[in-house]
Design a protein around this ligand. Sequence first.
Ligand code: SAH
Length: 219
Amino acid sequence: MRLRHIPGCEAFVEKSLHVVREPEQYKGKWAALFGNHRPIDLEIGMGKGRFLRELSMRRRERNFLGLERYASVMMKAIQRLEREQEMLPAEERCGNLKFLCEDAGRLTEFFERGEISEIYLNFSDPWPKASHANRRLTSPRFMRLYDQILAPEGRVEFKTDNRALFDWSVEAIPQVGWKLVSLSYDLHGDPAAMDNVMTEYEEKFSSRGQKICKLIAVR
Ligand code: SAH
């Protein structure tokens, strides 16, 4: 997702209470930031944040971090979260969701080994040119980074409508020591996916009749 640059978006993101600035300071100390030792799940390439807003409300027993590199997109995610929270009674607002405006290439600077319980990749940029394959968030380069920050039982869950990216990922992920424990080529037609939480892109693409693919990888 790339929005036109919005004047002032960097300053807006910089002062938001929902954003963790200089996340490298919290490496190994995220439990202290959240004030509890609950599992921490991370969405990489969060976009406008619909998925995490919903999931963090449903699963209050966990903590959630949303990573998005563009300040213009992050600004939208913050505004939507604020709007949603304003409509809730104070006791229902929860502090289990925080945002990071950073690039996924720096993950190991932010998280200690095993500090993340689950990684979500939703509708990641496809980078269709072969010469850009190592920018794909399911590439060996990124899977090695995830290996360094995920707990031993941790999982990577990946959803996309892009069949070429999905097929490529199904081949590439096992090559660096991961196992695919779940594979669906039509998530919305799968009764096991009743509790699926939709993302912005998922809503858009599935409403056009495109099938959604999903895989889950573990080591
Ligand atoms: N997950 C959302 C948005 C998908 S678009 C949804 O499903 O609706 C992919 C998003 O990932 C874009 O907003 C893009 O800016 C972000 N992104 C891509 N590569 C990234 C990287 N290396 N680090 C951080 N964010 C990234």
